[in-house]
Design a binder for this molecule. Structure first.
Ligand code: PMP
Length: 408
């Protein structure tokens, strides 16, 4: 019989190749966390610019205190699902706060953002429906689509005309049609043209679901995300969001004005058959949400930092994949230079994400940076300066100098 893990041999051997040139990019250990923007990595004080901590709230006193008080008051875990083992008052309070924040009648919390997509998509769509999803959708969206059993139609990334064409081609197929897009795409940091998608949705009478994972708190006058920023908040039938980025916690949610939205609580398997979010996570998310409502200036600090970094990296000569946003994806010409640059940045005390195929499209090698409102001007300066050093090292590598590898 074949070894059950043999199918992963090609992936394992690519991973081994990465380990030959430096520390494991898929297993970076944050040995001690000093703040939202700094940790000890490989024994070195390191600026964190790859953690999606957009609002930098993970060490906010309000959030820490709320989480600590919740653990003392409600315990370390919920030990079960809400339908089988009971809802905590804090789950309801958070759902009400999220509904208010998103301007919706109802919100439902899930245990992670991944499960929010699974639970929302597989809860909404069934085998008789058609889902139209952006080709660059996050894995949790693809997995939710599979779980739903619906017919899947992929349209070209960020291309409302292609969606329009595919909807027209459907004819009578599908009892309901659900369009799925993201506000800001996690890898390249590009934004969806939500207003154009909303127009297509209206034309065809489809439902629109927007995953605002990376845009929640980041975009829009009230921080609802990209749809709100484009003035088409009302066209969104279903929002999905996560607590793991701007809210500095773990969990996810769906929000909607659909009058029968709550039926998902007894029909959506990823809601029903897993433990509900822990008291600490719920309390931290609620405290962060209140903080964002109280202090919209955080959003300005985030965008100012993103602009400063974007401008400087562009001046250095890096190719950035999308217009300025808090996700800055730098494209390098090949895998060797991407891995080299990522390793050197880590040695210089800067942590960003290394993104290679198959996580990215074929031929796309990225250093993905996520900017935080909590990055100080000194950290922004240090971060940019270290990119300058690495740009020089890359240039030296290109011209065949080997001194760099010795730590010049
Ligand atoms: N949606 C998108 C677009 C994401 O990028 C992610 C996570 N990176 C998720 C959903 C899942 O969120 P979580 O990590 O909170 O489970």
């Amino acid at each position: 019989m074949t070894d059950i893990l043999d199918k992963y041999a090609p992936i394992a051997s690519r991973h081994d190749q990465l380990l030959e040139v430096g520390p494991d990019p898929l297993g970076v250990c944050l040995e001690e966390i000093y703040s939202a923007t700094e940790a000890r990595v490989n024994g070195r004080r390191t600026i964190l610019a790859g953690t999606n901590n957009y609002m930098g709230v993970t060490f906010e006193p309000d959030c820490l205190e709320a989480a600590e008080a919740a653990v003392r008051a409600h315990g370390t875990g919920t030990t079960g699902s809400r339908i089988a083992n009971g809802t905590y008052g804090a789950h309801l309070a958070l759902e009400q706060a999220l509904a208010r924040f998103m301007g919706r009648e109802k919100a439902i919390v899930f245990s992670t953002g991944y499960q929010a997509n699974l639970g929302m998509i597989a809860g909404l769509a069934g085998p008789k429906d058609v889902i139209l999803l952006d080709a660059d959708s996050h894995s949790s969206i693809y997995d939710g689509c599979r779980l739903s059993g619906a017919t899947l139609v992929r349209f070209r990334h960020n291309d409302p005309a292609d969606l329009d064409k595919r909807l027209a081609r459907l004819g009578d197929e599908g009892e309901s049609r659900l369009i799925i897009i993201e506000g800001i795409y996690s890898m390249l940091g590009d934004r969806a043209p939500v207003a154009e998608f909303a127009e297509v949705k209206r034309k065809h009478g489809a439902y629109l679901l927007v995953d605002e994972a990376h845009s929640l708190g980041v975009m829009g006058p009230n921080g609802r995300g990209a749809a709100e920023a484009e003035g088409v908040d009302e066209d969104v039938d279903f929002y999905v969001g996560t607590f793991s980025k701007s809210l500095g916690s773990i969990g996810g949610f769906g929000a909607s004005n659909h009058p029968r939205f709550d039926v998902l609580r007894v029909c959506s398997r990823p809601y029903m058959f897993t433990a509900s979010p822990s008291p600490a996570n719920v309390a931290a998310a609620l405290a962060a949400l209140k903080l964002l409502e109280r202090d919209p200036g955080r959003r300005d600090r985030l965008w100012n930092n993103a602009q400063a970094i974007y401008d400087r990296l562009t001046r250095i000569g890096f190719e950035i994949c999308a217009p300025m946003s808090p996700i800055i994806a730098i494209r390098l010409p090949d895998e060797r230079s991407a891995v080299f640059a990522w390793n050197r940045l880590l040695e210089h005390g800067v942590y960003v994400n290394l993104a290679l195929p198959p996580g990215t499209p074929a031929g796309v090698y990225l250093l993905r940076c996520s900017v935080s409102a909590a990055h100080t001007p000194e950290q922004v300066e240090a971060f940019c300066h270290r990119f300058e050093l690495v740009a020089r090292e890359l240039a030296a590598m290109d011209s065949g100098e080997t001194a760099v590898a010795a730590g010049a």
